[in-house]
Write a protein that binds this ligand. Sequence first.
Ligand code: FO1
Length: 307
Amino acid sequence: MSGIVVLTGGVGGAKLVLGLIHAVDPARVTAIVNTGDDFRHLGLHISPDIDTLLYTLSGKANAAQGWGREGESWAFLSALKELGGEDWFQLGDMDVALHVLRTAMLARGESLTAITAHVAGRWGIGAKILPMSNDSVATMIESDEGLLEFQRYFVERRCVPAVRAVRFGGAETARPAAGVVEAILAADTVLIAPSNPWLSVDPLLSVAGIRDALIQCKAPVIAVSPLIGGHALKGPTAKLMVELGLAVDNDSIARHYSAILDGLLIDSGDRCDVVGLAVGQTDTLMQTLEDKMRVAQAALALAAELA
Ligand code: FO1
């Protein structure tokens, strides 16, 4: 069966994967998920991008918020605040259950891969959700406020600090998680989701085994641009590009991925003038399920042209 691999971060990526599993048999889809945002908080191992995929593909996500679950209660967080605990990172009661279970399973020696598969199985998710690595890779932000852990930059400081560089602690020794390289080498199509290339996709590419597999793989590699009209829908992509001295356009996105990219899907109203790159166009704004299916199908169509 022809496999489709998606390299993805959190929110934007989860929309594409959701569109994909409604456009094709979910059993064909393997999402390889960024774990550079993972961190230990209050003693809990939190995996934001994996959890966004789990919540989104099982219909439990708070879609408007982009993270966490719909219909959350907040008794834990208010009790924590009352006790003087850190409440800058908002943890809903049902979300905490997932972090507690993951932390307990890790303490018993289970891998993040096995824990993620356990939850996906409980929630009837047909697609495979694989962490990029079971080793720690920590996205760090070198900023005008010093070196910041990712969540301190993204949540506590709301992406205000100016970024000088992005680092991935542990990447030099991190190994791809089980199944990751195999999925890439066996795939007929590899998609890079419209996640932030520098913050959410680069951690994946910083793992040597993954980067090498993407260079070797026979499948066309198609990225969905995170920009529409020179802006990013959510998050700091455009601001980050300016801070890194890059033009906020699809040429910069294409050049960033140039070592592995065969095609780029951009918005109908945009352009990309990078020579030698196949460019597809559709309305890439993903709000409804139909939007998400359209973008997924357009990315698959571009890949099919190149196969
Ligand atoms: N993002 C926020 O902006 N504020 C939060 O309080 C917050 C809490 C949170 C809890 C669990 C979780 O899995 C994600 C959470 N996020 C929050 C989102 C998270 O910072 C981002 O989803 C990723 O790290 C970036 O893709």
